[in-house]
Ligand binder design. Structure first.
Ligand code: ZN
Length: 130
């Protein structure tokens, strides 16, 4: 089962958890409220075209955007189409340690607060050097 990040909108904690693809939310381990699944742009493993998580990435792709690269990935969620979609959306994976050298290597979604982004970066930095 793939590893997902879950965001609790109540306490703004991001929790990493291994969950089935169809499980869209978990109980926040910090406050007990509902934490919804979000996608992490860090360390996305793209080594396997058949990976089940590839299909789950479709959840975060803007539907009916009319963008050919989005349509193509939604229709055919392969590693190549994911890479193409990420490039066109100006998304990329961080290099190992990059988050530590540059505190703002990627622009988070506007819905993310700076505080949340900071927590997210700190957590990822910890996982890189663990
Ligand atoms: Zn919480």
């Amino acid at each position: 089962m793939p590893v997902y990040d879950h965001l609790c909108k109540s306490c703004e904690t991001v929790t990493e958890s291994i969950q089935p693809i169809n499980k869209k939310s978990i109980k926040c381990p910090h406050c007990g409220k509902r934490a919804v699944r979000i996608i992490s742009c860090n360390g996305v493993y793209t080594g396997n075209d058949d990976a089940t998580w590839l299909k789950s990435v479709r959840d975060v792709v803007e539907k009916n955007s009319g963008k050919p690269h989005a349509e193509e990935f939604l229709k055919n969620p392969t590693r190549t189409n994911l890479k193409n979609w990420m490039e066109k959306e100006n998304l990329r994976n961080l290099e190992p340690g990059e988050g530590n050298r540059d505190p703002t290597p990627w622009k988070p979604d506007a819905r993310f607060t700076d505080k949340l982004r900071q927590k997210h970066m700190e957590r990822n930095a910890i996982s890189i050097y663990r």
